[in-house]
Design a binder for this molecule. Structure first.
Ligand SMILES: Cc1cc2nc3c(=O)[nH]c(=O)nc-3n(C[C@H](O)[C@H](O)[C@H](O)COP(=O)(O)OP(=O)(O)OC[C@H]3O[C@@H](n4cnc5c(N)ncnc54)[C@H](O)[C@@H]3O)c2cc1C
Length: 439
């Protein structure tokens, strides 16, 4: 057996992983099944093809996606190099010409002396050190392999994401902390609704614009993760018997159960972000802001992440993944990209970068450096490895995932607080990038 690193999938994560490993003098064999076999969303044989939007989101370094991109660039990311080469005007966002972008990645990978590209579907997992980066539309054969390792109960095919709000932007005058029937202390924040509140909210919810599912995405929804608007369409009281059930949650101001309630559950241990329990949705983003902004207490809430529901292949990361992105059940197998449980182009790229670095270190017999928890990359790793297993859903990068530095905790001004988080992230990431260069 030779000492090559096998990478399966030449999308964003696989291309980035190949680039990082090859630049550490590790021979890479990168398998990509396109163009012979396309996924339901890809159209070309180009590596790093973007399947939908051409935007890599905000370029503002004081925003969470901007910070993640900055860290990627500092680490010599190929995907970021391609994005800069393919930029099109898009205000404060980084958007690209998709053909120039994917063409650039394909050419740079093909020219790299340490990388061999093999155009073939991989149907069985190889024995050697491997990075799996087959994306949300992983081929059936590879899905079977992966489910054989992690167990079919811990590999999912749809994500059902509820919106998340910034804890500092909730109006605490209007909400109260309580668990249903007092079981579980003050874990939940409850947003109580009167009958009039509920009726206004209900009609806005049922009239709001939705994202149309793609052809290959079944319109079928699972009872356990039904979008809130689909539930509402079943009848005016259906949400009140579902996630908006008020029983056992008496409002301390009245001593009575409200007419309906929206419960918010902590998204992290620092309690800086809360998700709207049971509010997975296909509403368009501006509609989510408008409709969910009608919930008492959330009138001025900042949405760190909007809800969504779409076809996706991902593992229950907190249960099966180590911090270096290798699998607990098979330490020679690293998981990168969307399959690892992150959401989005740059987040997938980031998990490709780390998997490439860590797999290369393993092949070279080096101890990989710990990713700094305060960095944007570290925030994603924390999400993958420390989220409560029962509630795990993929996430894109947002400030709710970051630890708040002690000095920032006391600052009320949001911009000033975030500036400290960003400064700490960059300081630690700079050290990490320097560390690995010495490694
Ligand atoms: C329809 C859709 C639209 C999306 N739109 C957006 C968006 O607008 N913005 C955003 O930020 N994110 C979006 N995402 C989410 C995600 O960011 C992208 O899917 C992203 O491309 C994931 O990167 P990846 O490297 O993990 O997977 P991919 O980029 O999909 O790469 C996986 C690669 O593996 C190959 N492959 C699969 N199985 C095998 C196999 N067995 N052998 C060899 N090769 C294989 C595939 O052909 C593919 O090239 C979308 C996802 C989907 C499904």
């Amino acid at each position: 057996m030779d000492n090559s690193l096998i990478i399966i999938g030449g999308g964003l994560a696989g291309s980035e992983a190949a680039w990082q490993a090859a630049n550490r003098h590790v021979k890479v064999r990168l398998y990509e099944m396109r163009p012979d076999k396309l996924t339901e969303a890809h159209r070309t044989g180009l590596l790093g093809e973007l399947v939908c939007s051409n935007s890599l989101r905000s370029n503002d370094p004081q925003s969470a996606p901007g910070l993640l991109k900055k860290e990627l660039s500092m680490a010599g990311s190929l995907i970021m190099e391609a994005a800069v080469a393919a930029t099109v005007p898009a205000g404060s966002a980084l958007a690209v010409d998709r053909d120039v972008f994917a063409g650039y990645i394909t050419r740079r990978i093909a020219e790299h002396p340490e990388i061999e590209v093999v155009r073939e579907e991989v149907k069985e997992l190889p024995d050697g050190i491997t990075v799996l980066a087959t994306g949300p539309l992983t081929s059936e054969a590879m899905t079977r392999c992966l489910s054989g390792i992690v167990g079919s109960d811990y590999l999912y095919f749809y994500d059902a994401i509820a919106p998340i709000v910034d804890a500092a932007t909730i109006d605490y005058e209007k909400v109260y902390r309580m668990s249903r029937y007092g079981k579980g202390g003050d874990d939940y924040i409850n947003c109580p609704m009167t009958k009039e509140d509920y009726e206004r909210f209900y009609s806005a919810l049922t009239e709001a614009d939705r994202v149309t599912p793609r052809e290959f995405e079944e319109n079928r929804v699972f009872e356990g993760c039904m979008p809130i608007e689909v539930m509402a369409a079943r009848g005016v009281d259906t949400p009140r018997f579902g996630p908006m059930k008020p029983v056992g949650l008496p409002d301390p101001k009245t001593g009575r159960d409200p007419y309906a309630v929206v419960q918010l559950r902590a998204e992290n241990r620092a309690l800086t972000a809360y998700n709207l329990v049971g509010f997975q949705t296909r509403l368009k983003w501006p509609e989510q802001k408008k409709v969910f902004g009608m919930i008492p207490g959330l009138e001025h809430a900042e949405f760190l992440r909007y809800g969504s529901l779409h076809r996706n292949t991902f593992i229950n990361a907190p249960l099966v993944l180590n911090r270096d992105l290798s699998l607990k059940q098979k330490k020679t197998l690293f998981i990168a990209g969307q399959v690892s449980g992150v959401e989005g182009y740059i987040e997938s790229t980031a998990m490709g970068l780390l998997a490439g670095i860590n797999a290369a270190a393993r092949i070279r017999g080096l101890q990989g450096a710990e990713v700094p928890p305060a960095s944007a990359h570290g925030a994603l790793i924390r999400h993958l490895t420390e989220t409560e297993i029962k509630h795990f859903q993929p996430s894109n990068i947002n400030f709710g995932l970051f630890p708040v530095p002690e000095a920032a905790a006391k600052i009320r001004d949001k911009r000033a607080r975030r500036a400290l988080i960003v400064a700490k992230a960059l300081e630690d990431w700079r050290r990490y990038v320097g560390l690995r260069e010495e490694g």
